[in-house]
Design a binder for this molecule. Structure first.
Ligand code: C2E
Ligand code: MG
Ligand code: MG
Length: 574
């Protein structure tokens, strides 16, 4: 804050004639009335004079300070070296210039931009020191406020990304010089967008502040934690650190978030994903370290969140591919590159068409067809599946009505519902709105839910299924046999149909285990009053076996591939 600047001043004898012409009264009035703070001391530093501006600024009166030393204004903010340099300068006969942080009579701090000039008589001897100055507190405070704003995140009080980059670059230089390691952790809250959307931004902000507070207090003082923006925090662990140390810190950070956050009297559970990159093993530049940790964080999120991942090069390749796919999908949705196809389902006893399953297709203008097995999981993670699923549903319902208007007899249309859709609080009202809008009767709609989606959160799934059932739609378990269902849950879910997974059907009828399993599934379904549809039927032998087991329905390339709505209509018998 204080700067020392010195300049030698020589006594000027020629000026005397001019000053002699001015009356002493004017000179002393100038001193008294000037807006600058003036203090005159003797050579030993005893105060002999202060003006009005001094009194106004410091709160000390002339009589209080006479004979005292200027150190009665000391704030303690400058050390002894500072004062001894000041005295050395003026005792040499040089001028001191600098900003001094002083203390007023009421103990408040002010900043004085000061010049101290030694008064030298005709013999070249210093007789007094004259200090003149200005109170520059306002400027200094504005400057420091601006500095604070530039380097600090206003919401959380943590360093912001600018300060983070500054500290990280210093830490890298230090680690380089001392052959040390360091770790960069990217921490991002899981599903914060949902919290923010449902609670509103004020409570979302409160949550971020509380999270920041807990994280900060979990770390040591010499670790840096900064807010990188949104719900993303970056932690810098200075070396030496190895993987075990970092794991311990990551676990401490997770633990700090386990207790619920109370917002507006409500408890909220928050989890986070952490990506880690290490200097120098993974990367040596700031940019790469940050990018590496970001990629690892993305990977941790992709694996379901609430976990940490260390960066690796292979991961980077995978993640970048996946990010590209995400961006393409976003564009694809906007540009209407996705559409429904329909695969027929037949009743085995009568060989009549009983339904069609709507399946989503994506034709990318450059990459061509992209399989739903690739893009559905992406849409599930990004949340795009909600919009996509709604489109598939309303399009499928509308399509069934259109086909019927053309005279096609088709009792059911099946639509796949993703786990994310099933756990969405509005799912049943969305479905019933769609039915009303399209004019389709509820029991013509079959919603297919994979076994694993049902078993992820069985209690929650049961609640959603009951609501959907109360609308009157039919419910079916998809890919049955792949998701470790608990039979007791299966009994409690209001299901109408089981779809036997293709992996069992493809081994029929020669593989004994597959045959026994399919027979058992059909028996079990019937005992629970559910019907069975076999997926992926490709051969006559499979079809025959399924007919013999009493399986009600079949779907597969043998009977019809997924096709456009027009092809579907033209291939069916009316
Ligand atoms: P899924 O619901 O089990 O759909 C059946 C899949 O089996 C479809 O694959 C279908 O084309 C394929 N398939 C049907 N018959 C045969 C056959 O005889 N042989 C073989 N090898 N395959 C057959 P697709 O269309 O690639 O869809 C894959 C998965 O993607 C679907 O499995 C479903 O889980 C998901 N998916 C597709 N569309 C949607 C959608 O609109 N919403 C949601 N949430 N998921 C969808
Ligand atoms: Mg399906
Ligand atoms: Mg299936």
């Amino acid at each position: 804050m204080a700067q020392l600047q010195t300049k030698t001043v020589k006594p000027e004898t020629k000026r005397t004639s001019v000053t002699d012409r001015l009356s002493r009264r004017i000179l002393s009035q100038a001193l008294e009335q000037t807006a600058d703070i003036v203090m005159i001391t003797d050579v030993s530093g005893n105060i002999e004079y202060v003006n009005h501006a001094f009194e106004n600024c410091t709160g000390f009166s002339l009589t209080e300070v006479l004979g005292q030393k200027p150190n009665l204004l000391r704030s303690g903010k400058h050390n002894d070296i500072f004062y001894s340099k000041l005295w050395d300068t003026i005792r040499r006969g040089d001028v001191f210039r600098g900003v001094i942080e002083n203390r007023r009579k009421d103990n408040s701090i002010y900043y004085e931009e000061k010049t101290i000039t030694p008064l030298i008589d005709d013999n070249g001897v210093i007789t007094n020191y004259v200090s003149t100055g200005r109170d520059v507190s306002e400027n200094i405070l504005t400057q420091s406020r601006l500095r604070h704003l530039a380097y600090c995140d206003i919401l959380t009080g943590l360093p912001n990304r600018v300060q983070l980059r500054h500290e990280l670059s210093q830490a890298i230089s230090h680690a380089e010089r001392h052959n040390e390691s360091l770790a960069v952790l990217f921490l991002d809250l899981d599903r914060f967008k949902n919290i923010n959307d449902s609670l509103g931004h004020d409570l979302g902000d409160r949550l971020l502040r509380d999270v920041a507070h807990r994280l900060r207090h979990t770390l040591r003082n010499d670790d840096t934690i900064a807010r990188n923006g949104g719900d993303e925090f970056v932690i810098l662990l200075r070396g030496p650190v190895d993987e075990n140390d970092v794991v311990r810190v990551a676990e401490k950070l997770f633990n700090s978030l386990t207790a619920p956050f109370i917002l507006d009297g409500q408890k909220h559970q928050v989890s986070a994903s952490i990506g880690i990159s290490l200097y120098p093993q993974d990367h040596v530049t700031m940019r790469d370290l940050l990018k590496g940790a970001d990629i690892a964080m993305y990977q941790a999120k992709g694996q379901g969140g609430s976990r940490y991942c260390f960066y690796s090069h292979d991961m980077e390749v995978r993640v970048l591919e996946r990010m590209e796919l995400e961006q393409c999908l976003q564009r694809g949705i906007t540009n209407n590159e996705l559409f429904n196809v329909y695969q027929p389902q037949y009743e085995l006893s009568s060989q009549r068409l009983i339904g069609a399953e709507a399946l989503l297709r994506w034709h990318h203008p450059k990459m061509g067809y992209i399989s739903p097995d690739r893009f559905i999981p992406v849409a599930e993670d990004t949340g795009d599946i909600i919009t996509l699923g709604e489109r598939v549903l309303s399009e499928a319902c509308r399509q069934l009505i259109k086909w019927r208007q053309k005279g096609l007899i088709l009792p059911h249309i099946s639509v796949n519902l993703s786990p994310r859709q099933l756990s969405h609080p509005n799912i049943s009202s969305k479905v019933s709105e769609t039915l009303i809008e399209t004019g389709l009767e509820p029991d013509a709609l079959v919603l297919e839910l994979t076994e694993s989606a049902l078993m992820q959160h069985p209690e929650q799934a049961a609640r959603s299924l009951n609501k959907l059932k109360s609308i009157g739609v039919r419910l079916s378990v998809d890919d049955f046999g792949t998701g470790h269902s608990s039979l007791s849950y299966l009994r409690r879910f209001p299901l109408d149909c089981i779809k036997v997974d293709r992996s069992f059907v493809q081994d029929l009828p020669n593989n004994k285990e597959a045959s026994a399993l399919v027979e058992a599934i059909v028996k079990m379904a019937h005992s629970l009053s559910m019907s069975v549809v076999a997926e992926g039927v490709e051969t006559d032998e499979q079809l025959e076996f399924l007919q013999q087991t009493g399986c009600e329905g079949a779907q597969g390339y043998l009977l019809g591939r997924p096709m456009s709505a027009n092809d579907f209509a033209s291939q069916q018998r009316y």
